[in-house]
Design a binder for this molecule. Structure first.
Ligand SMILES: O=C(O)c1ccccc1NCC(=O)[C@H](O)[C@H](O)COP(=O)(O)O
Length: 212
């Protein structure tokens, strides 16, 4: 299973989280949000990472030009689209950046929001299910109704996000079998400041999940 820790702002924390076992790190490229990092900061963090760790830039409601410039400047391996990007936008981005992983985040407000998934699967590498919040695009700490996701089986890989923590990850994974998980505020002291003890506890819990 892929394990993505999102909202990295400090290079030394990114390095430590990668060595604890994260397979992907997320960098928030959405200005005026609390975990925002600029391309210089992303490059500094990436310089500390082993090549095996995926580096995903998180964007929302920006232009293809902006995304492709930041990808070129930072060597991100993937792009997560966290706003209202359409399937056509994903298709266009994929044509321009064929070697970059594209993850479309769906912010689940109601069951109809899940039905959008099928419109994206042809154009993206993976989907990510996050919680809807009227004020915040992501990093909300709100959980989804896992029971309502039991039938969610898109034709592409998917990540479960939204309010996952070391304390609830086992419960989530007993109900659902996503290809990956994504955590941010559940392993933080404050926005952008990761708590390495919480990250270590997450990996202990995941080892238990694998053993059972
Ligand atoms: O985390 C942010 O601050 C953020 C800001 C703007 C767009 C997206 C953002 N985060 C996206 C993520 O992938 C988070 O990991 C995801 O929302 C889960 O967050 P959490 O519920 O805190 O685990």
């Amino acid at each position: 299973m892929r394990i993505k820790i999102c909202g990295i702002t400090k290079p030394e924390q990114g390095k430590a989280i990668a060595s604890l076992g994260a397979t992907a790190l997320g960098f928030i490229c959405v200005p005026n949000t609390p975990r925002y990092v600029n391309p210089t900061q992303i490059r500094a963090a990436i310089a500390q990472l082993p090549a095996t760790v995926d580096r995903i830039g998180v964007f929302a409601n920006t232009t293809i030009k902006d995304i492709s410039q930041i990808v070129a400047a930072t060597k991100l391996t993937g792009v997560q689209l966290h706003g209202d990007e359409t399937p056509a936008f994903c298709h266009q981005l994929r044509s321009l950046l064929p070697d970059v992983e594209i993850v479309k985040a769906l912010r689940i407000k109601n069951t109809e929001a899940l039905e959008q998934a099928a419109n994206y699967t042809t154009y993206v590498d993976a989907l990510l299910l996050d919680a809807y919040d009227p004020q915040q695009l992501g990093g909300t700490g709100k959980t989804l109704d896992w029971n309502a996701l039991q039938q969610f089986q898109p034709s592409c890989p998917w990540f479960l996000a939204a309010g996952l923590t070391p304390d609830n990850i086992l419960a989530a994974l007993t109900q659902l079998r996503p290809h990956g998980i994504d955590l941010s505020s559940g392993v933080e002291r404050s926005p952008g400041d990761k708590d390495l003890d919480k990250v270590a506890r997450l990996f202990e819990q995941l080892r238990l999940a694998i053993a059972n």
